[in-house]
Design a protein around this ligand. Structure first.
Ligand SMILES: Nc1ncnc2c1ncn2[C@@H]1O[C@H](COP(=O)(O)OP(=O)(O)OP(=O)(O)O)[C@@H](O)[C@H]1O
Length: 419
C-alpha cells in the first residue's frame, strides 16, 4: 500500500480539538452513497484509521444529514471487538468526517464476488463473532437493520467487524420499530409484514434473519430467496410462503438446522439471542469467551499481497474527483473569504434565517475517543472513589488496569508498521 497523497508539512496543535490537520491522508479505498473512504494516519500517535468523509451539500440534497447525526450518536455509545468502532468525528466547511477502525481485509461482498465460497467451519466462526456483536447491540437496545456481506469487514487476521449504522435505531423498552429500512434481500419477513399492516412492528430478531441470509450466501454463493430491490412487499410475502429453501446435501445436518432456525419466518420462533445460539448443537463446542477475546484464530486470512478493495477508487479520487481530498487545504483557503457571510439568509419577513449548512455546523459534534479514554484514566487515578465511597486498594488496582488497557486499545491491525 501506500502512495502518500498528503505529505503536508502542516503545523498542528496535537493538544487542541481533533481536526483534519491531525491526519495524513494516505490513499482512497472506497466509496459509499454519501461519502468516500480513505486510509489515514494520525500524525501524533502514528495509528492508522479509515476516514469516511461526507460532503455536506450532497448529504443535504440527499436528505441524509439526520441519518449521519444518528449514526454518530449511536457509534459514540459503542465499543466492541467485532464492530467497526468510531474514534473521531469533526467537520470543516465542506465535509463531515468520521474516523473509524481500519479493516484491510475487504468486505464479505468483495470476497463472495471473487467467487470465494467459505467452508462450514469458517461460516460457523463468522456467525459466532457477529452474534457477539448483535448481542452487544441488543444490550444497548440497538437494531442494526442492515446486516449484509457489504457491511461485514474483515481485518488482516480475518476477524469480522460489523459496520454502517446509518439506518440503525435505538428502541425504548417495550417499543417496536415500524419503518421499512434495510436492503430488501436481507430484510426479515416481519418488516414486510409490518409495511403491509399484517403486524404491529418488529424488533431485534430482524438482524438474526439477515445473519441467516448472509451465512447461507457465504456457503452457497447466492441467497436463499429470490428477493431483489424491485420485489414488492406483496411479492415477498408470496415468495416467502412458497419457497422451500434448498440446503446442500453435503452440509452438516446441525448446520442446516441452525440455518433453518435463523431463517424462521416467525420472529417469535427464530433463533435470535446469543443464549439460544450457545445452546444449538452446531455451536456447542465453541468457547465464546475465547471468541470474544479474539483467541480463536480465523482460518480464512485475507491476502496481504494486495488491497482487498476495488483499485479504481484511488484512480478516481486522483483523476476524476473534482474536489480531491489531498487538495482540500488550498481549496478551502480560496473559499474562505466569501464563506461565513453567505450562511445567513433573509427570509420573506425580512428576518435572518439560519442556513442548513449552519445547522450542520452547529449540530455535528466533535468526538475524540482517545481523549475520552485518557480522561477516564485520569479521573480514575485522581478520584479513587465510587459515588463518594473510597475504593478499596484491590478495586482501585483493578479499575486502573482496566482503564489503562482501554487507553491502549488500538484499532485492529492499525500500527504504523502495517502501512
Ligand atoms: N473501516 C473501514 N476500513 C476499510 N475499508 C472501509 C472501511 N469502511 C468502509 N470501507 C470501504 O469503503 C467502502 C465504502 O464504505 P461506506 O461505508 O462509505 O459505504 P457503503 O457502506 O458501501 O455504502 P452506504 O454509504 O450506502 O452505506 C466499503 O465498501 C469498504 O470497501
Amino acid at each position: 500500500m501506500g502512495v502518500n497523497h498528503s505529505d503536508r508539512k502542516i503545523s498542528f496543535d496535537a493538544s487542541g480539538e481533533v481536526n483534519f490537520d491531525h491526519f495524513n491522508i494516505l490513499r482512497a479505498i472506497g466509496k459509499g452513497s454519501f461519502g468516500k473512504v480513505c486510509i489515514v494516519q494520525k500524525r501524533d500517535t502514528k495509528k492508522m484509521y479509515a476516514m469516511k468523509y461526507m460532503n455536506k451539500s450532497v448529504c443535504l440534497k440527499m436528505d441524509a444529514v439526520r441519518n449521519v447525526f444518528k449514526e454518530v450518536e449511536i457509534l459514540t455509545m459503542l465499543e466492541h471487538p467485532f464492530l467497526v468502532n468510531l474514534w473521531f468525528t469533526f467537520q470543516d466547511e465542506e465535509d463531515m468526517f468520521m474516523v473509524v477502525d481500519l479493516l484491510l481485509g475487504g468486505d464479505l461482498r468483495y470476497h463472495i464476488q471473487q467467487e470465494m465460497l467459505f467452508n462450514q467451519d469458517q461460516v460457523r466462526f463468522y456467525i459466532c463473532e457477529i452474534a457477539l456483536a448483535l448481542d452487544y447491540l441488543r444490550s444497548k437496545r440497538i437494531i442494526h437493520r442492515d446486516v449484509k456481506p457489504d457491511n461485514i469487514l474483515l481485518d488482516e487476521e480475518g476477524h469480522v467487524h460489523l459496520t454502517d449504522f446509518n439506518i440503525a435505531t435505538v428502541l425504548k423498552e417495550g417499543q417496536l420499530a415500524t419503518s421499512m429500512s434495510g436492503t430488501k434481500p436481507y430484510m426479515a419477513p416481519e418488516m414486510f409484514a409490518c409495511y403491509l399492516e399484517d403486524c404491529p412492528g418488529y424488533c431485534f430478531p430482524v438482524d438474526w434473519w439477515s445473519l441467516g441470509v448472509c451465512a447461507y450466501e457465504m456457503l452457497k454463493g447466492w441467497r436463499p430467496f429470490e428477493i431483489h430491490s424491485n420485489t414488492t412487499p406483496d411479492e415477498v410475502k408470496v415468495l416467502l410462503t412458497n419457497t422451500r429453501v434448498h440446503f446442500s446435501s453435503s452440509w452438516n445436518e446441525d448446520l442446516k438446522d441452525l440455518l433453518k432456525q435463523l431463517l424462521c419466518i416467525d420472529p417469535a420462533n427464530r433463533l435470535s439471542t446469543l443464549d439460544a445460539l450457545k445452546k444449538h448443537q452446531y455451536i456447542q463446542e465453541i468457547d465464546f469467551d475465547s471468541v470474544y477475546r479474539r483467541e480463536v484464530k480465523p482460518t480464512f486470512v485475507p491476502s496481504k499481497d494486495h488491497l482487498n478493495c476495488d483499485p479504481t477508487y484511488e484512480l478516481e479520487e486522483m483523476i476524476i474527483e473534482a474536489n480531491p481530498l489531498h487538495k482540500k487545504k488550498k481549496r478551502l483557503a480560496k473559499q474562505n473569504s466569501q464563506k461565513r457571510s453567505d450562511s445567513l439568509h433573509t427570509n420573506l419577513n425580512g428576518e435572518l434565517e439560519e442556513s442548513s449548512m449552519d445547522l450542520i455546523y452547529r449540530n455535528f459534534r466533535t468526538y475524540d475517543r482517545e481523549r475520552e479514554q485518557k480522561r477516564r484514566l485520569q479521573s480514575t487515578i485522581s478520584e479513587p472513589s465510587i459515588a463518594g465511597h473510597k475504593m478499596s486498594p484491590a478495586l482501585r488496582k483493578k479499575t486502573l488496569t482496566k482503564a489503562k488497557s482501554e487507553c491502549q486499545t488500538a484499532p485492529p491491525n492499525n500500527d504504523a508498521n502495517n502501512s
